[in-house]
Write a protein that binds this ligand. Structure first.
Ligand code: ADP
Ligand code: MG
Length: 320
């Protein structure tokens, strides 16, 4: 369990994150999503004790990252955006070095290093110099380094950046596998990646949390009404009158009209979780208006993400 409370980080004149709070519960995969510059790395660096906050606290399984850094850091494994790999070492040497630095007891080091290499599937390259490994393999060594010391929580800062499609698929599969046993927090600027991997998403925009929801909740919250798009062989006034007479219909907006075909396309919003398609169909038929098509419109996750992370409008900036 991690509790991030009112984090603010100011670099000189620049406020990178402001009053950020969220909770991470055990046993799930969390996504920290946001465009470049949103404050993801700053937040993760503070959560892992690599950077001190200007204000706010982080509790990791109850330990304060600033006041009890040794206990707090023992609970987490971290892969920073720029992993601190020693490229003139082999993975086996490097991981042994990290295990020692993390205070893994001597009799456990060999076994833990081997397990970390097994989980991340790097045994086949364990005696090559890290400098000669592909980006995908280097990233696995970075993840192996994070799982050493048996932490409960793994924090990965944009682990798939710069990977080719094959490596990307493999690293995502590895993240999913880690998520079966551990709590995982992964950051990304790619919505589809977070949607694919995570149970829960926290969206950062310009240093603020703009969403903190289960993936399914996020979609539901952003689709508070049911929206239908329909094309009817009727004029706007006639079709509009039929729709407005139906209970549960909130708004009717004309999208387009074709005089040649004698059709009109309308967008209709109705109360949430109602399906009025049958009722609308028969009401139109009674007036001999043929319903040519009806579809339910859902706001895509991509649209949700863009609307949540849109830059502040000009008018807001003026008042700042
Ligand atoms: P993200 O990881 O989401 O891309 P960062 O946390 O790296 O975002 O950065 C958030 C903001 O803080 C950006 O505007 C970035 O330019 C700024 N920033 C990050 N690190 C520093 C620093 N050391 N000095 C000054 N500004 C920084
Ligand atoms: Mg970053």
């Amino acid at each position: 369990m991690i509790e991030v409370q009112n984090l603010t980080k100011v670099y000189g004149q620049k406020t990178a994150v402001e009053n950020v709070s969220f909770k991470i519960r055990n046993g799930r995969i969390y996504g920290l999503l946001g465009p470049n510059g949103a404050g993801k790395s700053t937040t993760m660096n503070i959560m892992t004790g690599c950077l001190s906050p200007t204000e706010g606290t982080v509790l990791i399984n109850g330990y304060d990252i600033c006041d009890q850094p040794i206990e707090a850091k023992r609970q987490i494994g971290y892969l920073p955006e720029q992993p601190p790999l020693f490229i003139d070492m082999t993975p086996a040497e490097y991981l042994t070095f990290v295990a020692e630095a993390k205070g893994v007891s001597d009799d456990l080091i060999d076994r833990q290093v081997k397990e970390a290499m097994q989980v991340t599937d790097i045994l086949s390259v364990k005696d090559r110099l890290i400098r000669n490994l592909s980006k995908g393999y280097r990233q696995r060594v970075g993840i192996a380094q994070a799982v050493l010391g048996s932490p409960d929580i793994i924090i990965l800062d944009e682990p798939t950046v710069g990977l080719d499609p094959q490596q990307l698929t493999e690293i995502r599969a590895l993240v999913r596998k880690l998520g079966e046993k551990l709590t995982v927090i992964i950051s990304s600027h790619i919505l589809s990646e977070i949607a694919e991997l995570c149970d829960h998403v926290i969206i950062l925009s310009e240093g603020h949390v703009v969403a903190d929801d289960d993936m399914a909740e996020l979609e539901a919250r952003m689709n508070p009404e049911t929206t239908l798009r329909m094309t009817v062989k009727a004029d706007e006034a006639g079709a509009g009158a039929v729709l407005k007479s139906i209970e549960g219909v909130n708004t009717v907006t004309k999208l387009s009209e074709s005089e040649a075909d004698g059709t009109v396309t309308l967008q209709v919003t109705t109360a949430p979780d109602t399906d009025l398609r049958d009722e609308i169909f028969f009401a139109m038929a009674e007036r001999r208006y043929a319903v040519l098509s009806t579809e339910t419109v859902e706001q895509s996750l991509e649209e949700i993400f863009l609307s949540l992370t849109a830059k502040k409008s000009k008018s807001e900036e003026v008042h700042d």
